[in-house]
Design a protein around this ligand. Structure first.
Ligand code: SF4
Length: 316
């Protein structure tokens, strides 16, 4: 049934053509077994998209994602279902990650049932109890039958960690995993993640906008800006002597606890450009204090400089 269209003077309808954002554009990096690789950048840099691509929660339009030599973008649905046990994610918001109608013990046990781990209900329940104790939610029986809203933010994040680790994964994507917690709880959770990484022999991708946090947990870091990786290297090298102007700006913004140590502040000009229409050449050029003519025309490629990779025309 068609209704007559009512026209009113002063009403303007704008049709916006379909647009795409290249959230991640031609990035390439390795994460070595047993390390914690930090992916750092402002919001909108593409770091969360990268984490989700690795879990195939988002399908890439191009490229490969190799896990132990196998391209996971080629996995069938069934192979992917079995493979998912190997890679787990810890999201930023534990309340959103947990089913509000499911008791937390059942939520952890659910993963065991999906992946056929444990032979009986009782055995699975025992495994959940052990894992609750391991993430310091003790005594476990006091937590098993509670709902997410009955727990604090830190306790909920421990549940999410327990749910991930009970499947005995090899790789963990921690996406701003401690960003929403109070400062005191944050350091406890960071310590827990470091301990569990050693105990379970894990490899971590640690995604964060907070460069200061990477100091405690990361071996190497990659810095992202507008969908591109601009610098990759050992944490210490980058922190003590960063090369890319954007990395320098991020590091100069980290508060220095020692008041005697003076740090030069490097503040990029203006706002992050619109990712729908990123600037030509180096994407950082409209904000870079060292911009040159070549930067506006030619995209700098990642190249090896002093044992690290950097994408900047300042380094030939
Ligand atoms: Fe700055 Fe040019 Fe380096 Fe880009 S390539 S970061 S604009 S100096």
């Amino acid at each position: 049934k068609h209704f007559p269209v009512k026209r009113t003077i002063g009403e303007v309808l704008l049709r916006i053509p379909q647009r795409y954002v290249k959230a991640v554009d031609g990035i390439s990096f390795n994460i070595f077994k047993g390390e914690t690789f930090g992916l750092v950048g402002e919001s909108g840099s593409g770091k969360t998209t990268t984490g989700r691509l690795i879990l195939r929660l988002i399908e890439p339009t191009d490229g490969q994602i190799l896990f132990e030599g196998e391209d996971i973008t080629k996995f069938s649905k069934e192979k992917l279902r079995k493979f998912r046990k190997n890679i787990q994610i810890i999201f930023q918001d534990p309340l959103a990650a947990l089913n509000p109608y499911m008791k937390v013990g059942e939520a952890i046990k659910h993963g065991l049932e999906i992946h056929n781990i444990g032979n009986t209900r009782l055995e699975r329940k025992k495994m959940v109890y052990e894992m609750l104790e391991r993430v310091n939610l003790s005594p476990a029986e006091q937590f098993y039958n509670r709902y997410p809203h009955e727990l604090s933010g830190g306790q909920r994040q421990r549940i999410v960690i327990a749910r991930a680790l009970i499947l005995n994964p090899k790789f963990i994507v921690a996406d701003e995993a401690i960003a929403m917690l109070d400062v005191s709880v944050r350091s406890q959770l960071l310590k827990l993640l470091i301990d569990l990484k050693k105990e379970f022999n894990l490899t971590f991708l640690f995604i964060t906008h907070d460069l200061a946090t990477t100091k405690y947990i990361c071996n190497r870091i990659g810095v992202m800006y507008l969908g591109k990786i601009v610098e990759i290297g050992n944490f210490k090298d980058i922190y003590e002597n960063s090369l890319h102007p954007y990395t320098k700006a991020l590091i100069s913004a980290v508060p220095e606890p020692d008041p005697k140590k003076k740090k030069e502040k490097l503040i990029p000009r203006g706002e992050v450009p619109n990712p729908i229409n990123p600037p030509p050449g180096c994407r950082f050029h409209p904000r870079c204090p060292f911009v040159m003519d070549i930067c506006k025309k030619e995209e700098p490629k990642l190249k090896k400089v002093n044992e690290r990779l950097v994408a900047c025309h300042l380094y030939k």
